[in-house]
Write a protein that binds this ligand. Sequence first.
Ligand code: GAR
Length: 206
Amino acid sequence: MAVLISGAGTNLQALLDTVHRRKGVEIVAVASSTAAAAGLARAERAGVETAAFALADYPARAARDRALADWLSARSVELVVLAGFMELLEPEFVQRFAGRIINVHPALLPAFPGVRAIEQALEYGVKVIGVTVHFVDGGVDTGPIILQECFPLPYPRDIAEITQRVHSVEHRLLPRAVRLIAEGRVRIDERNPRLVHTDEIEDGAD
Ligand code: GAR
């Protein structure tokens, strides 16, 4: 698999620590939308090949996304994991890896897609907050949902504390989704393409 990042790469670290080189899963490539992403160093420390594909280095996003897709294909990547990749991908990229791209989002989709999801949720005044792992389709955070987990919001609402708690949920949920996919336990419902079945125990045990 490959992991795409833009920033700190804490979700990448969770994947490196819990699924990388276990049970047939290998992170063979980490690509970033910017050479400044701190997460690249995490991959390098783990001996994983890295590259940066900054929009500024290409005439248009289509060219950037084609170069990125070619780089991933050359490494025989079977699953592309967006872990804090903060840019949109061209429909052509999504087509090339159709059904094989997943994303982690810090909100209970379809609420609060896009950027600043945690802030959006707090500004809205929600009583529960959570994390979604979903397949990526042509829209912004609109693909079929694989896993979701939520927790009630404490008072007072300390954004730093809540953000940290959301991240800790992400760091469990994203590796769990990758493990389920690797084990062939994730499938789209034949009659409803929005519905993803995950063949695991209902209480969410790993
Ligand atoms: C994560 O919270 C992830 O869910 C979010 O960016 C953060 C990246 O953190 N992604 C999005 O908001 C995508 N819409 P990380 O670089 O430490 O993994």
